[in-house]
Design a protein around this ligand. Structure first.
Ligand code: LLP
Length: 414
C-alpha cells in the first residue's frame, strides 16, 4: 500500500498534487512519500517484534540524506557497501552501532574508517579480506567486530544480474570454507554473527527458508566448536509488486523465519537488510512529454527523463508502471514506447504502453523509489534530477537539480 493515489483525475502524493510539484521544481524529478517509507519500515519492525532483531536498511537502494535521516529517526540500522555510504549514514544522524558493512571489495581506507566510526559489524566476504581487517584492527589496537557472509548456494529465482547467493557468484564464503575461517576469525576478532544475501526482488519464501536452513546448520556446527553467534543476518531481497508479482508481505516472511528460530534459537537475533521493500514503491519519477512521434511500426512518446535518470528498464528489462498525472486528456489511447532523449536504442522507459496522452503532459513512472536516483548518472551530460520528499500537505526539496556547472567543475582543460 502506498500514498500515490488519484483524486478525481489528478495523481497526488499524500496531500500534494504531483502537478504542483512538477510546476515548482520542474521535470524530471523524483518524488518520495514519507508516509509510505515509514509504513514499510514499520511493517518489518512489527513483523519482527518480540524476537531480538535489527532492521539494517540497505542504503544503496536510496541513499538521499533526508531519507536516511527519517529512517535513523525511526531507530533503523543501516547496511552500507562503501565509505561514501558510511559518511552518508553518519551525516544523516544514523547510529554507528547499528551499521553493518557488506561488500566484496572493501578497501583498507574504508575498513579503517568503519572501525574508527565504531560500526556494529563488518560482513567479511573472503579469507583475504579477513586478514586485512585483522591487520587494520590490530594497527588501531582493537579487535574488529565481524560476521562472515556465507554463500549458501541457493537459487533465488530472480534476474541473473541480481542473484547473489549461487556458488558461481562473486559473493560470500562457500559453506565448506566457512568453518575454518570462523576458527581463524575467533582467534583475532570479535565474532558476532553470520550473514547471507541471496539476491534481490525475490517473490517467494522458499529460497529464503532454504538459505535459512543452511545458515542454521552452520550455526549449530560452530556451536560445537565453541563459537556461539549472537546474530543471523538474512540480508535483504524481499521483492515488491511492479506489475503482476505477488511477493510475500514482510509479516509473512518474518513469521516463517521466526517460527524456525523461536524453538531452537530464541536468543539468536535476526538481522535483515531490506532496501527495495522499504523505498521501492515509495517513489515515482515525474517526467514531461516533449514530443509525440507516431510511426508506421511504433509510436514514440519522447519524454524528458531518460535511462541516465532511471536505468532499471534498460539494464534489467525491468517493467515499471507508467501513468498519466492528469487522466482527463481527451485524446484516444494508443500504444506508445516511452523513450528518453539519450542516444541509445536501449533508452526506453516503457514499451508498448497503452496511453491517452498529448505532448506537454506529465507522466509518472511508478515504483521508482529504489535503485532509481541511486543508480542515476550524468550520461549525455545530463544533470541529475532533483528529489522531493512529500510529508502530508508539504513537500521538501531534498536534493536540488544539478547544474551544468556542477558537472563541469571537476574537469580541467589541458
Ligand atoms: N544486502 C546486501 C548485501 C545487498 O547486496 C543488497 C542489494 C541488499 C541488502 C538489499 O536488497 P533489496 O532488499 O533491495 O533487494 N539495482 C538492482 C538491485 C541490486 C541489489 C543489490 N544488492 C535493481 O534495480 O533491481
Amino acid at each position: 500500500m502506498d500514498h500515490f493515489l488519484y483524486r478525481g483525475d489528478q495523481l497526488w502524493t499524500e496531500g500534494v498534487a504531483c502537478q504542483a510539484i512538477a510546476e515548482a521544481v520542474g521535470t524530471p524529478c523524483y518524488v518520495y512519500s514519507r508516509a509510505t517509507i515509514e509504513r514499510h519500515w514499520y511493517a518489518f519492525e512489527h513483523a519482527l517484534n518480540g524476537h531480538p532483531h535489527a532492521i539494517c536498511y540497505a542504503v544503496k537502494a536510496n541513499s538521499n540524506l533526508a531519507v536516511l535521516q527519517l529512517l535513523a529517526r525511526l531507530g533503523s540500522g543501516f547496511d552500507i557497501v562503501s565509505g561514501g555510504e558510511l559518511e552518508r549514514v553518519l551525516r544523516a544522524g544514523g547510529d554507528p552501532n547499528r551499521i553493518v558493512f557488506s561488500g566484496v571489495g572493501k578497501t583498507a581506507v574504508e575498513i579503517r574508517a568503519a572501525l574508527l566510526a565504531g560500526i556494529h559489524c563488518l560482513n567479511i566476504e573472503s579469507e583475504a579480506e579477513l586478514d586485512r581487517v585483522i591487520e587494520i584492527a590490530a594497527s588501531l589496537g582493537m579487535r574488529a567486530p565481524v560476521a562472515l557472509r556465507v554463500n549458501p548456494d541457493v537459487d533465488p529465482k530472480t534476474h541473473p544480474y541480481i542473484a547473489t547467493g549461487l556458488k558461481e557468484n562473486k559473493f560470500g564464503i562457500p559453506v565448506e570454507a566457512a568453518r575454518a575461517l570462523y576458527q581463524q576469525a575467533a582467534k583475532h576478532t570479535r565474532v558476532l554473527g553470520i550473514a547471507c544475501h541471496i539476491g534481490s526482488q525475490l517473490t517467494s519464501i522458499p529460497p529464503f527458508l532454504d538459505a535459512l536452513e543452511r545458515m542454521l546448520a552452520l550455526v549449530a556446527e560452530l556451536a560445537t566448536l565453541g563459537i556461539e553467534l549472537q546474530h543471523l543476518d538474512m540480508g535483504g531481497g524481499l521483492g515488491i509488486r511492479y506489475q503482476q508479482e505477488n511477493p510475500p508481505l514482510p509479516d509473512a516472511l518474518a513469521q516463517v523465519m521466526l517460527e524456525r528460530l523461536r524453538g531452537q534459537y530464541p536468543k539468536l537475533a535476526l538481522h535483515i537488510e531490506p532496501g527495495r521493500a522499504i523505498v521501492g514503491n515509495a517513489g515515482i519519477l515525474l517526467t514531461r512529454i516533449e514530443y509525440l512521434k507516431p510511426g508506421e511500426l511504433r509510436n514514440f512518446a519522447i519524454v524528458d527523463a531518460a535511462m541516465n535518470d532511471l536505468i532499471r528498464p534498460a539494464l534489467y528489462q525491468a517493467w515499471q508502471e507508467i501513468v498519466p498525472v492528469n487522466r482527463c486528456s481527451k485524446v484516444i489511447a494508443r500504444a506508445y514506447d516511452v523513450v528518453g532523449p539519450v542516444c541509445e536504442t536501449g533508452d526506453k522507459l516503457g514499451a508498448d504502453r497503452q496511453l491517452a496522452i498529448a505532448a506537454g503532459e506529465l507522466l509518472a513512472i511508478r515504483s521508482a523509489g529504489a535503485y532509481g536516483m541511486s543508480m542515476s548518472s550524468n550520461y549525455n551530460t545530463r544533470p541529475r534530477v532533483p528529489e522531493v520528499l512529500v510529508d502530508g500537505k508539504e513537500f521538501h526539496i531534498i536534493r536540488r537539480r544539478e547544474t551544468i556547472a556542477d558537472l563541469l567543475d571537476p574537469e580541467s582543460l589541458l
